[in-house]
Design a protein around this ligand. Structure first.
Ligand SMILES: [Zn+2]
Length: 631
């Protein structure tokens, strides 16, 4: 998974704070039958859709029907059972059978031998009970006659002991909507589509997007890539994003080499409006599947920004085809949806994935060195927000509960940096010849999709494949909780800390996460935003430290107090969606005089204590750096 809080929401929180802080291998199925499942997307009632499930005959008197508590890739309890209502069991003649709700996610049926059919209604997570707790990319959205985002783990359940039985899924849909999914299609018509899933896992692993036709597909060597898009305003077209995705995935394939043998890959891009983004607290992102990914962003993004976000997020998701797809432990292979046992290796599933999503961009010439170093710096800085002494393996095994759950975000920060250090160690020890990518390629060749490794045996295996120095690092910094001194590893490749220009996420910042203004009371005790730092753009416009910040782009700020937070945000919000050529103004008060400063956005940057190349680095370090970045 890759989740991002939109820049917009991130900064608003910061601004509000300022106001406030004025203060398995599948055994052969014993059942010849399939589980027949029907979903009706036509007769939507009260924003709910009806599901009907016909299981094969039961031999036992009692069975349990489960809807998942947790699904792979999310690392948190979701309790999807709460979206199901009015669960009813029937015999062959349509007479109701006794059914008892056991907990939020399971129902017991006592006359199972008579069970012919189960029916229930499901809410969507986009506005269902406490649906904002579910990552939108792992959720469901029902918009009658417009779109249906179906993450089926929130809709379809499984019977005890029957997870390995195939499902046949029949969906009736409005005529104008077409499905887009990597789930194998058995038959298709205007109003009825039939899909096959080999087992329950495939129901979960293949989300479906119904929308009016808006898709592209292209061949990338042997990989068939598809992109379907739903845009509530209709402003975004899939064709507009094909070139960027093609360029990115071509580079990813070149980087991965033979470690990828995925025959097809589908991208389901569901855009939501601003109101929904607010409902989810600014959460956007993507959830990985074996042959597809669901991506949720906000419809208001300009095309340029949406392209960059797609490249960053989809590249991460596509690298998941390496791990966990081709390198995963038994805990992942035999995933327990209702009594989860987690693997210790999030440093790899998410950390290696995120590291590669950045490394391939410099390796394949999509970004330059300075950009790559700034990304590393950003990760070093963000990692400081989490517990740096927490063992990564302990956190991973306990991730669904506290205190680990609130440190989950660190898998994208420190998790990626752990891989950077391992990469540099392996390059150093192998004279530049090998890196973490070659280790992952070897593991993928050895294990692959169908053969999980043993959770406890992976580290010994990696050390055996590589060097004792790798073992020492794992012991100290992945299993152990000793914080990493990144400067040690950066020095090996001739990098040091030094002043550099870093691009800022918005013109409102003076450095990443810090607005250029801070609230201060004036002589009368009235709170004012005083300019406390400059970025390149506002400096060029003539802003000075000490100016009182009154307004942006012609809109004047109300009195700075918590009750006005929405109005204040309304002044700031549009600036997050500006393109580089935007001409705008800032209104300030200087020595009692009101001034309107005008200029063009460009790329606001700030001088930061960043990561730079050491001009005094010796030849060995420079050679190692080249091997690390470009081999
Ligand atoms: Zn991920």
């Amino acid at each position: 998974m890759k989740n991002i809080l939109s820049k917009l929401f991130f900064s608003l929180t910061a601004a509000l704070l300022f106001v406030g802080c004025a203060a398995l291998r599948t055994p052969k199925s014993p059942f010849a039958d399939v589980i027949q499942t029907r979903i009706d997307l036509v007769d939507v009632q009260d924003d709910k859709v009806q599901i009907s499930i016909t299981p094969p005959p039961f031999k036992e008197n009692t069975t349990v029907f489960y809807i998942p508590q947790i699904v792979p890739g999310t690392y948190e309890y979701s309790n999807f059972g709460r979206f199901a209502e009015n669960v009813q069991a029937f015999d062959k003649k349509g007479n109701p059978l006794e059914i008892k709700k056991r907990d939020e996610n399971s129902w017991e049926i006592t006359q199972a031998t008579k069970l012919a059919r189960l029916t229930y209604w499901v809410n969507d997570t986009f506005d269902g009970p406490d649906g904002q707790e579910i990552y939108p990319m792992g959720g469901t959205n029902f918009e009658k006659n417009q779109t249906f985002l179906l993450n089926l783990h929130s809709m379809i359940g499984y019977f005890k002991g029957m997870k390995e039985i195939p499902y046949r899924l029949t969906i009736s849909s409005p005529k104008k909507l077409v499905p887009f999914t990597s789930l194998p299609v058995l038959s298709k018509s205007d109003t009825l589509d039939v899909f096959d899933a080999q087992r329950y896992f495939h129901i979960i692993d293949n989300p479906i997007l119904y929308s009016e036709p808006n898709a592209v597909s292209f061949d990338l060597g042997e990989i068939k890539v598809g992109l379907a898009l739903y845009s509530p305003s209709g402003t975004h077209q899939a064709t507009a994003y094909q070139a960027a995705i093609e360029e990115m995935m071509k580079a990813q394939k070149a980087f991965l080499g033979d470690a990828n043998d995925t025959p097809s890959y589908d991208i389901l891009l569901h855009l939501m409006d601003m109101e929904r983004l607010q409902y989810f607290g600014g959460m956007m992102g993507a959830l990985e599947h074996h042959t597809s990914t669901t991506v949720v962003f906000v419809d208001d993004m300009p095309a340029g920004e949406l392209t960059q976000s797609l490249v960053d997020v989809v590249s991460h998701e596509f690298f998941h085809t390496l791990t966990p797809l081709n390198v995963h432990s038994e805990e992942i292979h035999n995933f327990e949806y209702n009594t989860p046992v987690m693997s210790k290796h999030l440093w790899m599933y998410e950390g290696t994935t995120e590291y590669f999503a950045n490394l391939f961009q410099i390796n394949q010439g999509l970004i330059d060195e300075a950009d790559f170093y700034n990304r590393l710096l950003e990760k070093i800085n963000y990692a400081q927000r989490y517990d740096d002494t927490m063992s990564f393996t302990e956190m991973s095994a306990g991730i669904v509960d506290e205190p680990y759950q609130s440190n989950y975000g660190n898998v994208y920060q420190k998790g990626a940096l752990i891989n950077m250090c391992l990469d540099i160690i392996i390059r150093e020890q192998s004279g530049g010849a090998r890196g973490i990518l070659s280790v992952m390629q070897e593991l993928a060749r050895k294990y692959g999709k169908e053969n999980p490794f043993q959770d406890d045996a992976l580290f010994d295996e990696i050390v055996e494949m590589t060097y004792p120095e790798v073992g020492k690092f794992i012991e100290n910094h992945i299993v152990g909780g000793t914080p990493i001194d990144y400067s040690l590893y950066l020095a090996k490749v001739g990098l040091i800390r030094g002043e550099t220009d870093a691009a800022l996420p918005s013109v409102l910042f003076q450095e990443a996460g810090v607005p250029f203004f801070a609230p201060q009371p004036n002589e009368d005790g009235i709170m004012e935003y005083v300019i406390s730092g400059l970025n390149s753009t506002i400096e060029a416009m003539g802003a000075q430290i000490g100016d009182i910040f009154l307004g942006l782009d012609g809109k004047i700020l109300p009195e700075i107090k918590r009750e006005n937070a929405d109005e204040i945000n309304a002044v700031f919000q549009p600036s997050f969606l500006w393109e580089a050529n935007k001409e705008f103004s800032i209104t300030v008060k200087r020595n009692g005089e009101m001034l309107t400063l005008t200029g063009t956005l460009g790329t606001p940057t700030a001088k930061v204590n960043g990561i730079v190349e050491d001009v005094l680095a010796n030849e060995a370090a420079v050679t190692l750096r080249k091997a690390w970045l470009f081999k």
